[in-house]
Design a protein around this ligand. Sequence first.
Ligand SMILES: [Zn+2]
Length: 342
Amino acid sequence: MKTIQVTAHGGPEVLKIVDLPIPEPAPHEVRLKVKAAALNHLDIWVRKGHPGLKVPLPFTPGSDLAGIVDAVGAGVTRHAPGDARVVYPATFCGQCEECLAGRENLCPEYHIFGENRPGGMAEYAIVPEACLFPKPRDMGWHEAAAFPLSWLTSWHMLIDKVSHKLDDWVLVQAAASGTGIAAVQIAQMHGLRVIATAGSEQKCAALREMGVKVVLNYRKDDLKKSVREATEGKGVRIAVDHVGEATFRQSLGALAKDGSLVTCGGSSGPKLSFDVRHLFIKHQRIIGSTMGTIPDFKGVLEGMNSGVLQPVVHKVFAPEDIAEAHREVEERRVIGKVVVAF
Ligand SMILES: [Zn+2]
């Protein structure tokens, strides 16, 4: 089967297409004929390599995938050949205290596809049955592959990690990214008002089309002033920041008293600094968050099925053009998600 692999850590040229045997599903596993897989910023880290992330090479990347059930292992009861499925993008033990409480992303055995276990950038993928869910009705394959990781991550940040009430203000940094668009839509779905930032006029226009109240080009607009004006001097209840070094201080500065900054990444750099006096005097919180739970994923699926949430596909690539697909993500040309169609 055609498989995309990271053969060494480095630039996009280390991505190769190799021919591997079609794998067989073990008990309680399903073999999926992959229709589409999407890229996340995680794919860039996995390809480049970094000290905290040990990946056995060669390695098959890809956290987001969708496809058709092709074969099932012994004991699988909820899926049959021919079923259209999307994948919750990580595996978990299902038996520990955290899993039993519906907090799968705190499971000690939590392994993200394409990071801590082989991913789905291949014609076929093996997936434990507990990770498979029906593809949203009327949704195309590209869209179905585009939403799992980003929408799951943003749902967990906005719904589990912070509290809010109707009409509260949320700042979403780098809002045209996959996680950003997901955060915008999930905030709007829950009656929150959004201030979004993006780095180009094209991205800003796309966000305005999504009905975002206040859209700022972070290369030229004054965020502090705009937040002050929009929120009548109070600041935002929540700031969603996955950019890290480049935006963190601004995000923190935009918070209202008792506000929360929730972060799921540091794509511009991981080291943050701030003045703790501002934090405690204003009763503010900085909250870390990664991935989301199965109940979160079900919430996302419901939103997708009802059409309130809609994945945005930026561009679709053939597997042979995977290097170009990586460049597209890495050079921040993307509005929404980059998808590879198999
Ligand atoms: Zn567990």
